[in-house]
Design a protein around this ligand. Structure first.
Ligand code: DHB
Ligand code: FE
Length: 279
């Protein structure tokens, strides 16, 4: 049977992808981030699964705000890096896993979790930057990917609790999948940041660290925050943190934190990463 081997949370700041693409990771601004990510990359080298389920958001890149689904799963054979206005990133095409993706659709739907199904989906920085954070610049990504896209940009958004429950449904689906696959689950986005408006530049290390602590010590506490709580405490785009709840929901009741890194600033954001293993 398929098995989830671990979960990762990471910010998906596009500038970090650009730093890798343009050979700037040793520059003064970027060195602390990429130094800090070394143990994360070592963990990923040792723990490369067959498939990564990557929970991310489309930043109105592929989807138009005229028709935005709450949760979408990609079932295609492959996903192209999206053109976000300056040409697609020169990173490998993302290989899908249609069998596992369709299995998750069917299993979740049978539990009344109705997912939108995408037969094509160009993936923006929300998904490709985490791949670069974990795997740097390979000729091919080392694992297949099932993209799970969450609406965190056009209100009403799914609640933090609903995201956790989606993760639980994904976890149950994986455990019932009749192939010996190892599976990683990634939540992306955050941590605190606000890119525009009067409070542009807001970051909140106390809130971010509490959110990270809760992932191991009290995961349900992270499901009790309202969107207003996230926006007040962590900025308007800090609400992306609800996607980490999908990752956490897919793991077991008890997890070990094996890696954490937190760094300000990366672009106008607080960068955070965590790796969790089931106990
Ligand atoms: C930026 C964009 C994002 O989508 C994000 O999650 C963090 C930062 C940015 O443009 O800097
Ligand atoms: Fe984002």
């Amino acid at each position: 049977m398929a098995k989830i081997i671990g979960g990762m949370g990471t910010s998906h700041v596009p500038g970090a992808g650009a730093a890798i693409d343009n050979g700037k990771t040793e520059e003064d601004y970027w060195r602390p981030l990429f130094q800090g990510l070394k143990p994360l990359r070592e963990w990923h080298k040792k723990n490369t699964p067959d498939v990564n389920i990557i929970v991310f958001n489309d930043h109105a890149t592929f989807y138009s705000l005229d028709a935005y689904s709450t949760f979408t799963i990609g079932v295609a054979e492959e996903f192209n890096p999206a053109d976000e206005g300056w040409g697609p990133r020169k990173v490998p095409i993302v290989r899908g896993h249609p069998e596992l993706a369709w299995h998750i659709v069917e299993s979740a739907m049978s539990e009344e979790f109705d997912l939108a199904v995408a037969g094509s989906l160009d993936v923006d920085h929300g998904l490709t930057v985490p791949l670069s954070i974990a795997y740097d610049q390979p000729d091919e990504w080392p694992s297949a990917v099932v993209p799970v896209c969450v609406n965190v940009i056009q209100h009403p958004l799914p609640s933090a609790l609903r995201c956790f429950k989606l993760g639980q449904a994904i976890g149950r689906a994986v455990s019932k999948f009749d192939q010996d696959l190892s599976v990683g689950i990634w939540g992306t986005g955050g941590l605190s940041h606000q890119l525009g408006g009067e409070r542009a530049g807001v970051v909140n290390p106390e809130f971010d660290q509490k959110f990270l602590d809760n992932l191991t010590q009290d995961p349900m506490a992270n499901t009790a925050y309202s969107h207003t709580d996230f926006i007040r405490e962590a900025g308007s785009e800090g609400v992306e943190m609800i996607m980490w709840n999908v990752m956490r929901g897919a793991l077991g009741d008890h997890v070990d934190e094996v890696f954490r890194f937190y760094h300000i600033p990366v672009s106008a954001t607080a960068y955070g990463a965590i790796i969790l293993e089931n106990q």
